[in-house]
Design a protein around this ligand. Structure first.
Ligand code: ADE
Length: 239
């Protein structure tokens, strides 16, 4: 998969995509992250990309022309059509379902806003989808782009050393993850639950599902309300 990021801070995006699972996915050629700076698509000496907002008020707006040219250049790269996502707090909330859908695309373009945002006309004509990573305001879309690249990158086939770990993630089945334990078995902070040492895989699976259901029930009841529980989960909740 190829992800093109349009940003005034390309170094930040490149560096954040160079480490960990995403960095490894790039090394393995499962993912390619490229950056484009709209300042490179200006033709004035100051490389102007923004201007005051019409109607008054604080803040600056990213101008249509440098972004239009940047998007045109991104489109000219022969890697198939690029679904364009604008990152902003006004977007639809990013969920694991959205991440999975985007991760299955061959190509994605992420447009990072700065200042008060982007001229609305560019968004109307060039953007396929607007996404927010949560109900808070960042000073730009770069951190949101880094979040999306991480969430998408780790879902590329072969990115995780253990493919099952993506399937067992929180949210992949609509539930929070169960607790995990490792060595030592006994510690001043407590013992590892005996069932996990039993070797009884059916019992372990039931215990994990029960823990996941319990945590979701306590911490994120909204997720349970949206999920239609399977028979086993309903039985465990009734216990
Ligand atoms: N840019 C600024 N705030 C944002 C948010 N919450 N999500 C995505 N992009 C943003």
């Amino acid at each position: 998969m190829r992800i093109d990021v349009i940003t005034l801070f390309p170094d930040f995006v490149r560096q954040s995509a160079a480490v960990g699972v995403v960095g490894r996915a790039q090394q393995r050629k499962l993912l390619q992250v490229e950056t484009w700076n709209p300042r490179d698509f200006t033709d004035d000496p100051h490389r102007t990309v923004d201007h005051r907002t019409f109607g008054g008020g604080p803040g600056m707006v990213l101008l249509i022309e440098p972004l239009r040219r940047t998007l045109q250049a991104v489109r000219e790269v022969e890697a198939g059509p690029a679904h364009v996502v604008y990152l902003s707090p006004q977007g639809a909330r990013l969920t694991q379902d959205r991440v999975s859908r985007l991760a299955a695309m061959p190509r994605l373009t992420l447009l990072c806003g700065r200042y008060e945002g982007v001229d609305e006309r560019l968004l109307t004509h060039e953007v396929d989808e607007e996404i927010s990573i949560g109900d808070y305001v960042l000073s730009g879309g770069e951190l949101a782009a880094a979040v999306m690249i991480d969430a998408i990158g780790r879902l590329q086939d072969g990115a995780l050393n253990d493919a099952q770990s993506a399937q067992q993630d929180s949210f992949s089945d609509g539930l929070l993850d169960c607790p995990h334990y490792s060595r030592p078995v006994q510690d001043a902070f407590g013992d590892v639950p005996a069932v996990l040492l039993s070797g009884d895989h059916a019992a372990i699976r039931r215990w994990r599902l029960k823990q996941a259901l319990g945590r979701t029930w306590l911490r994120r009841p909204d997720l349970l309300a949206r999920r239609s529980l399977d028979k086993e989960s309903r039985a465990l909740l009734d216990e």
